[in-house]
Design a protein around this ligand. Structure first.
Ligand SMILES: Cc1cc2nc3c(=O)[nH]c(=O)nc-3n(C[C@H](O)[C@H](O)[C@H](O)COP(=O)(O)O)c2cc1C
Length: 186
């Protein structure tokens, strides 16, 4: 698959088949991350490949956050259980973290580099017949979620990637054409 095809075909995939993800496939995709540009060659990315227990623990941490908005305790417990089991059932889930440089300029560059790496992974996944969904949000800083991943102090989780064979591929979401948001400057 050429790069333009992969860019056009990529979607955020929400439903996956049961097909397991091979270790070799994951290794190839993580290698695609580390080939991303990174200023000063800081190589800021760190990967956490979560097994079923860790996925459930992450899902329960996320579910507990959602459940705060649910008044009925029984319904709140059901939310935690549902989000936990949905995450456990994912074919694969990767937490991408970055190191945290003291210099804010380098921290920002490192964040950008990590996300460029994540895009590499998402495009490369298509070549393996796999789909991805990038997730972020305040849960990434939640102590319970961080504990689920086992991320140490001094690293920040910047992306969660769900990965698997797509069971359904949504239609493309319309974008404004680039020409509409482009200014040619003499
Ligand atoms: C930085 C970033 C964070 C995202 N975080 C979430 C998220 O937390 N939850 C979610 O459902 N989708 C998330 N997405 C996916 C976007 O919602 C998705 O890319 C957008 O709806 C367009 O759909 P598409 O990816 O299928 O083209 C995120 C995307 C990016 C780039």
């Amino acid at each position: 698959m050429d790069v333009f095809e992969a860019i056009a075909a990529r979607r955020s995939i929400k439903q996956f088949t049961d097909r397991p993800i091979e270790r070799e496939e994951l290794d190839r995709l993580l290698q695609a991350v580390v080939e991303a540009p990174n200023h000063r060659m800081t190589e800021p990315w760190r990967f956490y490949v979560l097994g079923p227990e860790a996925r459930r623990a992450w899902g329960e941490a996320l579910g507990a956050r959602k459940a705060k908005r649910v008044e009925d305790p029984e319904a709140a417990r059901a939310v935690v259980e549902k989000v936990g089991s949905t995450h456990e059932a994912l074919p694969a889930m990767i937490a991408v973290a970055t190191t945290l440089d003291d210099n804010p300029e380098i921290r920002e560059e490192d964040y950008a580099a990590a996300m460029m790496g994540v895009q590499n992974l998402m495009l490369a996944a298509l070549d393996l017949g796999l789909g991805t969904h990038l997730k972020t949000g305040a849960v990434m800083d939640d102590p319970r979620a961080r504990a689920a991943v086992g991320v140490p102090e001094g690293e920040r989780i910047v992306a969660i990637v769900h990965l698997g064979e797509p069971a359904a591929v949504p239609d493309a979401r319309a974008r404004r054409p680039a020409t509409e948001v482009t200014t040619r400057v003499a």
